[in-house]
Design a protein around this ligand. Structure first.
Ligand code: DAH
Length: 349
């Protein structure tokens, strides 16, 4: 093949090349060991002497031309491939992101945390107790012996015979705490937790509900200490202008016993649906710890005294958030949880 022919073909082929692989194949075809341009060198011997120089120059020219065209095309193709790669791997940040659905705190937990916070600020520890409880702690050591009629109102679920049950109140934690305290004072705890009773579920009853128990044992503790403490808690929860009143009541583990009422935070005592037109709302049972309970738990009632209280957590949350069905806390409808969460945020503003 003549030099000119090779040059022409080489130029055509180089113009047609469209990827780096094909370009490399051309490099081998023309400049490889047995490439067309390389082979021209071996033809020099067949060229008459006077033409050798011109021939050599021509071959060099073609080689240089190949090399420069090759370099130029290679740069262009590399750029093209890089751009293609960048385009195919690009992240389109203009696309809307996948929505992460955000949860909301359980309203009951929120209320419990508020009570915990205010009690901790008064030096109380938050303690836990077992939900599967012994009859001994749930009843007997709270001064409710076997056969006592007070047990009827707290009928619960029994696991093994008559001794192991699901606790019907958080009050057994009082006993457990005192036994653990081994006579040391002050005892200052609250215990929020689940409790169980054999109730049919409806808008105001549930076989499972939550109580927040409180216990304080020290020297010279009286009903007025209890009133002051409850007052601080309810003011924090329901507002500074809310008042507390005690009504006489009866619990086996306190003497005297009281029902704790707060003035209606909704109508300010005038009478409305929430307070059933009485101006007052009952939110807890409480009292001065019965001497028998102190004694059974290792505290001498001649020396020490204490008070205890038990809030119904659902009741407080229902009042605070104006919820009229207790089942709202236990179904899994996120719309309800979020609804109350939004209301809460608003009232915090
Ligand atoms: N445990 C009682 C109940 O479930 C509530 C209660 C009343 C708790 C008086 C107390 C208390 O600690 O002193 O009805």
């Amino acid at each position: 093949m003549k030099v000119e022919e090779i040059k022409k073909k080489m130029q055509e082929e180089l113009q047609d090349v469209c990827d780096l692989k094909a370009l490399n194949e051309l490099r081998v075809k023309y400049l490889g060991k047995k490439g067309l341009i390389t082979e021209l060198n071996s033809e020099i011997k067949n060229i008459p002497n006077e033409e050798k120089k011109a021939f050599g120059q021509k071959v060099n020219e073609v080689r240089t031309l190949f090399q420069s065209t090759y370099d130029e095309i290679k740069t262009r193709l590399e750029e093209k491939e890089l751009n293609q790669k960048l385009a195919s791997e690009a992240i389109d940040i203009s696309l809307p992101s996948t929505k992460v659905s955000q949860g909301a705190p359980n309203i009951l937990e929120k209320l419990i945390e508020e009570v915990e916070e205010v009690c901790m600020s008064m030096g109380y520890d938050v303690v836990d107790g077992p939900e599967i409880e012994e009859d001994k702690y749930n009843f007997e050591m709270l001064n409710i012996p076997k056969g006592h009629p007070a047990r009827d109102a707290q009928d619960t679920f029994y696991l093994e015979g008559e001794e192991i049950l699901l606790r019907s109140q958080t009050s057994p934690v009082q006993v457990r705490t005192m036994l653990k305290g081994k006579g040391e004072v002050p005892v200052r705890v609250i215990c929020p937790g689940k409790t169980y009773r054999r109730d049919d579920d409806d808008a105001t009853h549930s076989h499972q509900f939550m109580q927040i128990e409180g216990l304080l044992v020290d020297k010279d503790i009286s009903l007025s200490d209890l009133k002051g403490t409850i007052d601080v808690i309810v003011k924090k929860l329901f507002g500074e202008d809310v008042e507390t009143r005690f009504r006489p009541s009866y619990y086996q583990f306190t003497e005297p016993s009281v029902e704790v009422d707060i003035s209606c935070f909704n109508c300010k005592g005038k009478g409305c649906n929430i307070c059933k037109h009485t101006g007052w709302i009952t939110i807890a049972g409480a009292g001065v710890v019965h001497p028998n309970v102190l004694r059974m738990s290792g505290y001498d009632p001649e020396v020490w005294s204490g008070f205890a209280f038990g809030f119904g957590a659902e009741r407080m949350a229902m009042l605070k958030y104006d919820i009229n069905d207790l089942r709202v806390f236990y179904n899994t409808d996120l719309r309800e949880v979020k609804h109350f969460d939004r209301r809460e945020l608003k009232s915090d503003d």
